[in-house]
Design a binder for this molecule. Sequence first.
Ligand SMILES: Nc1nc2c(c(=O)[nH]1)N[C@H]1C(S)=C(S)[C@@H](COP(=O)(O)OP(=O)(O)OC[C@H]3O[C@@H](n4cnc5c(=O)[nH]c(N)nc54)[C@H](O)[C@@H]3O)O[C@H]1N2
Ligand SMILES: Nc1nc2c(c(=O)[nH]1)N[C@H]1C(S)=C(S)[C@@H](COP(=O)(O)OP(=O)(O)OC[C@H]3O[C@@H](n4cnc5c(=O)[nH]c(N)nc54)[C@H](O)[C@@H]3O)O[C@H]1N2
Ligand code: SF4
Ligand SMILES: [Mo]
Length: 768
Amino acid sequence: MNRRDFLKKMAFTSAAVAAVSLFPGVLFADEQHDQDNELTWKKSPCRFCGVGCGLLIGTLQGKAVAVKGDPESPVNKGLCCVKGYHSVQALYGEDRLQKAMVRKNGTLVEVPIDEALDLVATKLGETIAKSGKNSVSIYGSGQWAIPDGYVASKLFKGCIGTNNVEANARLCMSSAVTGFISTFGLDEPMGCYEDIDHADTFVLWGNNMAEMHPVLFSRILDRRQKNPDVKIIDLATRMTRTSSMANHTFLFYPNTDIAIANAICYEIIRTNSFDKNFIEDHIAFKKGKVNIGYGLEDHFSFSDEAKAVNFNDYKKFLEDYTPEKVEKITGVKAADIRYLASLYSGKKRNVVSFWCMGVNQHTRGTWMNNVIYNIHLLVGKISQPGNGPFSLTGQPSACGTVREVGTLTHKLPHGVVTNKKDRKLAAKIWQVPVENIPDKPTYHTVEMFRALDRGDIKFMWIQVTNPMVTMPNLKRYRDAAKKEDRFIVVSDVYPTPTTDIADVILPSAMWIEREGMFGNSERRTQHWDQLLSPPGEAISDGWQIIEVAQRLGYKQQFYYKKEKYIEQIWKEYTQFHDDPKHRMASYEQLKKFPGVMWPYVEGKETTWRYNSKYDPAASPQKKFDFYGKPDHRAWIWLRPYESPPESPNNEYPLWLCTGRVIEHWHSGSMTRRIPVLHRAVPEAYMEMHPQDAKSRGIRNGETVQVKSRRGSIKIKVVLNGRGAPVEGQVFVPFFDENLLINELTIDAFCPISKQPDYKKCAVQVERV
Ligand SMILES: Nc1nc2c(c(=O)[nH]1)N[C@H]1C(S)=C(S)[C@@H](COP(=O)(O)OP(=O)(O)OC[C@H]3O[C@@H](n4cnc5c(=O)[nH]c(N)nc54)[C@H](O)[C@@H]3O)O[C@H]1N2
Ligand SMILES: Nc1nc2c(c(=O)[nH]1)N[C@H]1C(S)=C(S)[C@@H](COP(=O)(O)OP(=O)(O)OC[C@H]3O[C@@H](n4cnc5c(=O)[nH]c(N)nc54)[C@H](O)[C@@H]3O)O[C@H]1N2
Ligand code: SF4
Ligand SMILES: [Mo]
């Protein structure tokens, strides 16, 4: 039976079971054993989302059999969502990869893992010798444990000497990164989850928190239950489970959110409800380039600028965004925009804004981040309990590994490659000559795959990510990876469309089968011990890299011992953070606590940054100190609304939005092997508005053809499903490797962050 049939069989052998979102404090398996006290319970952060719930995992005879929320975790206080409860079953899919495989005469055959690692090292060495350092690359993940991302960066940037290091977080939070940098000068979230316990208003900018950050959302609901005046505002392009729990949902036309944010700022200024003193003391106004394009062409390059302007210039700029004008652009009523402005500026209201992919996956993603900051900065509601903009990360270690270790082409651990001081420090800690580390970034993710297409990149090592499901405009990049003379190494735990195109497959030890650390959305680092033995010859991603580095001769730099490499790496890595702005907990502290938020200074976690009451790095002379920028100010940016690269027309009359459902994790490789989750949502489908279906003669459950300029698939239509798109829009989740919606999505991106826009392109839908 091939994988496709296997997944289908799994889905249909039993009746569909609806997965429930929250079971407070229940464990999923084997209560009997728990009562008998036979289980050993150990802590670990959840394998799945960026909330980073603390779990207790019950093991019995070498197998993980039970899960419950850790009551001592300040993140979830004993709660857990359906993915967390069933998470350990992701370890036990029937087709877990246990042996390395190598492609011989076109077919993948099993080989001993040492032979596969030898081949990876030989190919890497040969490719560098033949085509140069910049012809080899590593593409990793926000699901990399921190030490794994660290050794990847050390091998490629430090030893080999190429900045060809990227991670799937480019597709996920790079607009948040560039948003933070342009407004605050530092890529770091300022608030923490405790904000929820002090806020009165929650504004969600197009994120579906009820399904994607469920435990955090339950904390919001809990806050509202105890304080009936608390308001949850859902700004979105479609109705979701989040909408059904919100006080108000305001639906806007795709891509027009910048206009809404600007209108809120216009209204705050018109009603004189901005914080004059805060602005005088802490804000600078800046104007950047406009009409910046969409990155669709090859060899794309772009540089922004920051022209100093003043408050009056800003006021004038906002005149294009009166609520009446913006109603026409966005579809949100002028009165509703005024209401939103009044919530943000209300003297007695604490406001937290949350966002995730609606804002970041946007061809103006950086600007969208900027304009949400603008609102909070205008009213001075930032960096204090219950007041703040909160950029959510999606993956369990997007913040920990990608942001903090810096596994993107332009980054170093807490530094950037373009800064000489940062390169010097890295070279010293890594024991390599400083000249080894190139001072210019090379390829961001989309460009890296375009370079693979062109042949500029010939070797790519892919770890903990499944790009042959999750890249936009997929066919183009799959064809690139399949080209002759390209060598692709894939480390994974299951067979996937990405292992299908591999020349070498390395089986990985997953999550609690090895020791590791993740860092969640609120700067909390969480450690877990190895609780189980990995299957077959599987080894951790980090140790795979170390083995290859040692084979390449970097024995001095990769001195680690197998029994304690995680501890050795942590001790080395924390040397990068040795100042009050970034100090991290020690290995021993991490082992002891259910997570520690950095900066961790003199035994204290930092809860609110830039606020001198809480942040040891802020100057005690002032209440706030935005020390990331040389002028110690946060920058309000003049960012206009600009149209998207592709909009519906006569031929392609509908907007396509893509995203997720609570039961599945991204490409589904793990959650489709958890029976209860797979059965709940066995295959992808397309949500459509009943009127759009009617006008095309399409009935509920019927299969249709959906087509964009880049590709087409046949898929079942669901009317009145859990998410309800408005007329003129359809939605498809991307978890199903048999229904690859990314064949249709567009590879346009934000020219500043290079993050693609998976949330909108134009499609046509026809009966088949
Ligand atoms: N169950 C589950 N949870 C997950 C994940 C998972 O795969 N499964 N993945 C995790 C990861 S890595 C991530 S990144 C997050 C994603 O979390 P979310 O961003 O919350 O989820 P998505 O489904 O990607 O986003 C869908 C939403 O985008 C909004 N949107 C569409 N167009 C626009 C627009 O033009 N502007 C704005 N502002 N919004 C728009 C729509 O309102 C839509 O509901 O989830 C994390 N949590
Ligand atoms: N259409 C569309 N596409 C999207 C998005 C969207 O909203 N719409 N969102 C984008 C975003 S925000 C994200 S974050 C990406 C996510 O995209 P991916 O990272 O490509 O998706 P995952 O399914 O999380 O892939 C993780 C892979 O790692 C494997 N794995 C699990 N544990 C381990 C381990 O310990 N070691 C190794 N080596 N492998 C392991 C899993 O089996 C899986 O194949 O998708 C992006 N693509
Ligand atoms: S909310 Fe996220 S971290 Fe928490 S249990 Fe669910 S998937 Fe895991
Ligand atoms: Mo993501």
